[in-house]
Design a protein around this ligand. Structure first.
Ligand code: BTN
Length: 246
């Protein structure tokens, strides 16, 4: 495993935000920052950990969260944030944009040059919604298991130098706070439009449920509308779809 000399404090000074970061807890190691956030709650509470022992991703997959290399954090919301599923990947994208040119892969992965650099997981329990974000920051190729090396990347690989995790975290949380403020003040539609355009799915050929088709639209719930030989199909937000060539 690569040694990254810098062991910066992940959030040393308060954020200049409205909601996100109302409370910030930084841990050396937890099972999952999202478990903590779901348990603790509190509108805007941020839980960050240097390492997770049981980090989880979408579709029940595990999320490797080695110490020192990435950013693993979760943000709890008590009051509704309509459209958070659209705003969150945009906030991560905007935070990452000072290091390269990130793109959004429907529905909420962040890519550099077609390789995944970050993933977003939304979960809720009772009134609490938790946004979990994992960002591969200072990984070198050999830090990824061989089977995903071709599909995964890091900020360091993109910009060619070790990246300060504290600065990236601050940038993402600041962008997230902006999006939350817009969404809570009735701005779901413009955020949905921005997200939908960023995904660039319209016109793409996809395979879903054994059928090949073309995406004709993304609906207001974030689902893909796919035209196939067997008729129209709707691929719900969060379901898996295979992207085919142009
Ligand atoms: C994905 O599958 O792409 C989503 C990955 C989300 C991982 C993050 S890391 C911080 C938070 N805690 C977790 O256990 N998961 C999320």
């Amino acid at each position: 495993m690569t040694e990254v000399a810098q062991r910066e404090s992940l959030l040393a000074t308060p954020l200049d935000t409205h909601v996100v970061g109302s409370r910030v807890l930084v841990f050396e190691e937890v099972r999952s920052t999202s478990d903590h956030a779901l348990r603790l709650g509190g509108d805007g509470t941020v839980i960050v950990a240097d390492a997770q022992t049981a980090g989880r991703g979408r579709h029940g997959r595990s999320w490797r969260s080695a110490p020192g290399l990435g950013l693993w954090f979760s943000v709890a919301f008590e009051n509704p944030v309509p459209g958070l599923a659209f705003g969150a990947p945009l906030a991560v994208r905007d935070g990452l944009s000072r290091y390269g040119t990130p793109t959004v892969k429907w529905p909420n992965d962040l890519l550099f040059d077609g390789r995944k650099v970050s993933g977003v997981l939304l979960e809720s329990r009772l009134e609490t919604t938790v946004l979990g974000v994992g960002i591969n920051v200072n990984h070198e190729p050999e830090d990824f298991p061989e089977e995903i090396r071709g599909q995964a990347t890091s900020v360091r690989a993109e910009c060619g130098q070790v990246c300060r995790r504290d600065e990236l975290l601050r940038a993402v949380l600041t962008e997230l706070d902006r999006k939350v403020m817009v969404l809570r003040s009735g701005g779901v539609e413009p955020v949905w439009r921005e997200w939908s355009a960023a995904c660039g799915m319209t016109g793409r050929r996809v395979r879903y449920d054994g059928l090949d088709g073309v995406v004709t639209d993304i609906d207001v719930n974030g689902a893909l509308v796919v035209s196939t030989d067997a008729g129209m199909r709707r691929v719900l937000f969060g379901e898996s779809v295979e992207l085919l060539g142009a």
